[in-house]
Write a protein that binds this ligand. Structure first.
Ligand code: NDP
Ligand code: OXD
Length: 300
């Protein structure tokens, strides 16, 4: 709401021709042409029959029912430089935490155990990033600058300096075999739901570490617990969960080798997010392509 009011004030000054209404003060639903939402209202296309563009407040669009999108309504995800910066920061924090055994040391501290583990330099740790899009490519660059050996996997072939790039289902095995710390920065689609599962874990190096910063539904939680139990994975850091927040008795809360954060890796910033929205609306009205337009049939 605070963000909505701030954006309303900026629109009043910078784009006064567009009436910016903040939910629930929607005015006449027939006048609504653009919807800016994290969670859309129920039946948005019935409610707003003159809708032309839906703007996601987040980088992801899995919260929308893409199958219900009429062909003429366009969907745009948020390409906020503030999200990008947040993701670079968080991925650095998390990969370093996994690389330097922070879950082990946090558990040891709770038990008053002074127990050092052997450490490796970043140059000998292989980080594999699933998803080499806007965020994955930036994270790959940031981690490469820290000295990690970085590889990545995407649907189509990418070329990123100093990153070994794998593409498509046929190269997933080679990508995983090359990975000690697996980072998930995929969008959630039918093809990627549940991808972090036993079969994938079993192809990583023994004792590999997992970082999920995509969506909770990428992870099969039961398979993660089994892989931690049998030592195939040694630790995990999770920013996203299938159910957020998890129930009080969820096994991840107190697991000694899981670090949790409450979906805070990267958030749309009030100022830069509004810059992006204003820019895209102007582009749309001028008949220019918008930044971050989603391919609804691909799901991202
Ligand atoms: P992009 O759309 O820019 O990139 C997605 C990447 O995933 C692309 O490289 C794409 O391949 C790849 N990909 C998609 N489907 C497949 C598949 N089936 N197999 C292999 N690769 C695939 O997304 P962003 O980088 O902007 O964002 C990624 C996700 O990060 C968001 O969807 C969201 O879920 C999550 N996120 C999480 C946040 C948090 O706070 N935890 C904050 C912001 C985002 P290709 O290059 O070939 O298209
Ligand atoms: C996003 C998020 O998709 O915050 O932007 O998860």
């Amino acid at each position: 709401m605070e963000r909505g009011r701030h954006w309303q004030q900026r629109f009043a000054v910078e784009e006064p021709e567009i009436a910016f209404r903040v939910w629930p003060e929607e005015g006449d639903p027939l006048e609504v042409e653009y919807l800016v939402a994290w969670q859309p209202p129920e039946d948005p296309f019935q409610r707003y029959p003159n809708l032309r563009v839906v703007f996601s407040i987040g980088a992801g669009v899995d919260q929308f029912d893409l199958a219900s999108f009429p062909g003429h309504v366009r969907l745009v995800r948020m390409l906020d430089p503030g999200i990008l910066q947040g993701m670079r920061e968080y991925a650095t924090l998390a990969v370093l935490a996994l690389h330097r055994d922070l879950p082990h040391y946090m558990a040891a501290q709770r038990e008053a155990r002074w127990q050092a583990l052997p450490s490796l330099p970043a140059q000998r740790r292989r980080v594999g990033i699933m998803g080499l899009g806007n965020l994955g490519a930036a994270v790959a660059e940031t981690l490469g600058n820290l000295g990690f050996m970085v590889s990545g996997w995407s649907r189509s072939r990418r070329e990123i300096r100093a990153v070994e790039c794998f593409a498509g289902d046929e190269e997933l095995g080679a990508f995983l075999a090359n990975t000690d710390i697996l980072v998930c920065l995929l969008p959630l689609t039918e093809a990627t739901r549940g991808i972090l599962c036993r079969d994938v874990f079993s192809q990583l190096s023994r004792g590999a570490r997992l970082l999920n910063i995509g969506r909770g539904a990428h992870l099969n939680e039961t398979d993660l617990l089994a892989a931690l139990d049998d030592g195939q994975l040694s630790a995990a850091m999770l920013d996203v969960l299938e159910k957020e927040p998890p129930s009080d008795d969820h096994p991840f809360w107190r697991h000694p080798r899981i670090l949790l954060t409450p979906h805070v890796a990267a958030a749309t910033q009030v100022d830069t997010g509004c810059d992006v929205l204003l820019d895209n609306l102007r582009r749309y009205r001028a008949g220019l392509p918008m930044y971050g337009e989603v391919n609804v049939s691909a799901g991202y």
